[in-house]
Design a protein around this ligand. Structure first.
Ligand code: URA
Ligand code: ZN
Length: 391
């Protein structure tokens, strides 16, 4: 299917609460749930409460969270040609295993239907929708339930990956019980989108009223940093070198901390002997969204991705990049992909374009040392290769 003739824009970080899931949350009386209350103007509004004790009684919720027309109109308004849509947090984390299995299967079918039908915004350009499916990643689920669901997702033509939180089966992503799941995902060539939900212990945020700022700006990326670091330390990326993991929010603090991580590993021989490579090598095996809101941050992330080959430990380092800083930065950009986090971070003043989107596009445009090919890569062509899509 042909898309717009202008420069291609692919959004790989964009969410939906599918109608079946939203209905499920409406029927609940504790978090996560959707409830109604009267707002300051005396109007009834729906609110989304995804964590107990969430600041401000959660957040207002409208059709942009579930309605496909809203997604297509948002894409049209921002010139987005293709969206790879994922269910928003907290996925199925809070459910018993049998419910999680059934709901995963139903929601995967719903998402396939969402992506495959009427992909055109009202009066606008042709749009394409793809999706990340859900696995029933909850304690006590059976391996066969997980593997069945991996098979289901890989058989659905518009589902190109799996969105995953940090909890795994309750013990995190370094749990040995996930071994056959990583093997199956690698074999199916599905992309794992690793996304946070819990942040870090709320006690760290003190008692000042700071709304959602600290959990979202810091807690979310710290959670991702811990989850992917534990995965690296458990050797998953050594055992499954073709596993493709995309990190939300540009990998959180991992790029900034990767040399410190490498040094701590070096000073801990038990851990060092477990890993095939220096920790910095693994950053070059990962993918990073470009949801960082600043050119300098994007440039820095691409620097640390691009240098990763220098840290290959075993064998010869003949393949290591010996390029200049500029070449390294350009190389790193190949693993970075534009995203919006829609429908979160909406404009406050009713502006036509969302500030959160414009900022991320401007950030990509302003990275020092990326040429137009690199920027087009981050805006869209990297996603075509990662997900095996045609424009
Ligand atoms: N972005 C998300 O993906 N989830 C949230 O809960 C908030 C922002
Ligand atoms: Zn998100």
């Amino acid at each position: 299917m042909a898309v717009a003739s202008h420069r291609l824009l692919v959004d790989i970080h964009t969410h939906v609460y599918l109608p079946r899931y939203a209905a499920f949350l409406r029927a609940r009386s504790n978090a996560p749930r959707i409830f109604t209350r009267e707002n300051a103007e005396g109007k009834t509004e729906e609110r989304l409460l995804i964590l107990d004790g969430e600041p401000s009684g959660g957040r207002p919720m409208g059709p942009q969270f579930w309605d496909k027309v809203e997604k297509l109109n948002f894409m049209e308004r921002h010139g987005i040609d293709i969206s790879v849509v994922s269910s928003a947090n907290p996925w199925l984390d809070f459910l018993p295993a049998s419910t999680a299995h059934q709901l995963a299967s139903e929601l995967n079918n719903d998402l396939e239907e969402y992506c495959s039908s009427s992909p055109s915004a009202a009066g606008g350009e042709l749009k394409q929708l793809y999706g990340f499916g859900l696995l029933p990643l909850v304690p006590e689920v059976t391996t066969s339930s997980l593997l069945d669901t991996v098979r289901q997702i890989s058989a659905l033509p518009h589902l190109k990956g799996i969105i995953m939180g940090s909890r795994g089966l309750g013990k995190g992503l370094d749990d040995d019980a996930l071994e056959s799941v990583w093997a199956a995902i690698q074999k199916a060539r599905l992309v794992v989108f690793l996304h946070p939900h819990y942040g870090v212990d709320g006690k760290e945020w003190g008692d000042k009223e700071n709304g959602h700022v600290l959990p979202l700006a810091l807690g979310f990326p710290f959670e991702t940093t811990i989850a992917i670091t534990r995965l690296i330390l458990s050797g998953v990326l050594d055992r499954y070198p073709d596993l493709r993991i995309l990190l939300a929010h540009s990998g959180g603090a991992l790029p900034q901390l990767s040399s410190r991580l490498a040094s701590c590993i070096d000073h801990d021989p038990v851990v060092a002997s477990r890993l095939k490579h220096d920790a910095r090598y693994y950053l070059g095996k990962l993918y990073f969204d470009a949801v960082a809101y600043g050119s300098e941050e994007l440039g820095f992330v691409s620097d640390v991705i691009g240098r990763s080959d220098k840290f290959v430990k075993s064998g010869s380092s003949a393949g290591a990049s010996k390029g200049t800083g500029a070449a390294t930065r350009r190389l790193g950009s190949r693993r970075m992909l534009f995203g919006t986090d829609h429908p979160f971070f909406p404009p406050l003043g009713g502006a036509e374009k969302w500030k959160s989107v414009v900022e991320n596009l401007e950030a990509i445009d302003g990275v020092h040392g990326w040429d137009e090919v690199d920027k087009d890569g981050v805006r869209g062509t990297n996603a075509l290769s990662l997900f095996g899509l045609r424009s």
